[in-house]
Write a protein that binds this ligand. Sequence first.
Ligand SMILES: Cc1ncc(COP(=O)(O)O)c(C=O)c1O
Length: 456
Amino acid sequence: MTLEKQGAGGEGPSPSRDLRRYAALFASRTRVMTSSVMRDLMAITEHPEVISLAGGLPDTASFPGEEMARVMGQVARENSARALQYGPTDGLASTREAIAQVMAWQGASVEPGDVLVTTGGQQAIDLVCKALIDPGDVIVAEGPTYPGAVPTFTAYQADVVQVGMDDDGMKVDELAETLERLEREGRRPKFIYTVPTFQNPAGVTMSLERRRRLVEIANERELIVLEDEPYSLLRYEGTALPTLLELDGGRFVVHAGTFSKMLAPGLRLGWAIAPRPVMEKLVLGAQSTTLCPSPFTQLFVSGYMASGQWPAYIEELRGIYRTRRDAMLAALEAHFPPSATWTRPQGGLFVWATLPDFIDTTDLLALALSANVAFVPGRAAFVNGDGASSMRLNFSASEPETIDEGVRRIGALVAEQVDLFGAITGSFPAVAGEEPGEMAEVVELPRRDQEQRRQG
Ligand SMILES: Cc1ncc(COP(=O)(O)O)c(C=O)c1O
């Protein structure tokens, strides 16, 4: 059998005929399914001449190759039959123990039996949606939120309502007001999604006071909070804060974690911890998709954990990323105009920068790509077109000199736009984020809507 070419070289059917042929077969959810901006950008930024400040890639080059070979060799020699066999849906006992240990490093005491091993943290988000979301159900998320969660939420046809943030994380008072409003409208959110520590994309951390208040609200209203926590061990300064899971005692908090950022994303290994009735549904959901997480990578992770080398590796990563974060903050200071603002993360991988409101970062990205530099435009972190003047900048994946050069190139483009605006209007842009400590995207600025943008 030969496969039909998809409209290539004039042979086979044209793409538009193909679309018509299949359209009637697609599920209604495919109409709202969108591609992740980061995945799209990844293809472009793979070109070596492009400086990518767009991805969320950890520095896997720093992982010691010999240690990796040793642990993999050990798995192959001593455990190949298990490594190559199907395993239990909720994960191998040794991996669940390793995860309980990682949770203990984060200050949370968890029984290995309460851990579901997943194929990355992304699957944990997907499973929670699969278990809880019917079309039209409300998810409350931070604004901005993790851009990779947006396609997941929309694939389940959720109605995402976003709550503002500032330097102390999600504005929990605004959350309370939003929940009241939704209640008046007869709508009860299925869950509240938060990345409390070194948030992706904003880089900010939820204060202890707000963590306590959020858990209180969840308990009062009997609402689930999905705490997505990939970054908390990557702290470069300040004191660690308790997880929401620990504060809540496992009543309404579902905790998602991952090995992607503190070890390697190529392992595709994460986890979920949830109240027992929710956990049962998550396990059923996992059965129908992956059957089980990869036993091979699970044994690699528990083998590496047993070697005792991991804490030193995390310490090494902290040192590398601290230097890169400092390089990015210095580069922003040197190359961005005074009318721009940005966050100063104590950990994680990202800085969130906001430009004067007349600059649209989706448009700016096109210019940036021709200058061989990339970032994630702010709109990717919102469901309603907000964030148009903001951008997410990653500092973990590039050397300090490369970060400086990338920020310099973006800064030069921004300066051109600012000059152009000044020349046309004769005015200087106001500094975004008027109040000290306020995150810039929280400031309500007039924005061009989509239609106006299309018309130029
Ligand atoms: C907040 C957040 N959640 C989940 C993920 C997905 O991670 P994983 O590689 O474990 O699927 C990421 C990755 O960038 C993330 O930033």
